[in-house]
Design a protein around this ligand. Sequence first.
Ligand code: C5J
Length: 222
Amino acid sequence: MPTIPCEPYPLMLDPRRAALVIIDMQRDFLEPGGFGAALGNDVSLLRRAIVPTGRVLAAARQAGMLVIHTREGHRPDLSDLPPAKKARGKLKTGIGDAGPMGRILVQGEPGHDIIPELAPIAGEPVVDKPGKGAFHATDLDAILHNRGITQLIVCGVTTEVCVNTTVREANDRGYECLVLEDCVGSYFPEFHEMGLRMIKAQGGIFGWVGSSKPLIEALGGS
Ligand code: C5J
């Protein structure tokens, strides 16, 4: 079993029991005119994660590892959108409203798609989630359990919101999570930094933090 250098201490990775989970790499968060921009953010800050995540994705596919993609969004009739989430931020153009990439954060709209650079391929489950955590109101736990997965390699956006929430949910369900710091991103550099520190603090209270290169090498990629 390869040992991955990371913090707070090296992680013994079992590729047969590990899955790559890519969180919400959607046009709505990474491209102008989507939900991220509607919240007033500079979406270009998230793009640093695309190339390294693409390399990890290629290595995971080559190693035969389970790859799971998630998308945050809501049913077209918004029946799974809590009124409190709709109201949050008092946005002029918010979830469900028309924007340049279709209705914001709504399933089936162009903005809800995963960016083309990281598009899922046949056989890779795509988990649609109405909340920030990927376990809330989804079948992610069942998919992982049925495949005997106990370790998660986590990439995606944003570091302190959906990545952190998902890692905390996973940790409470008994999964070991390795978050790749160059494959996650935030609109706020300081939240990115603190989001990662919170995961690895106190002996890895929620999980491990490492970088993509040693993982890719361990999987036999380059
Ligand atoms: C946010 C996410 N930031 N995917 N969603 O609203 O992190």
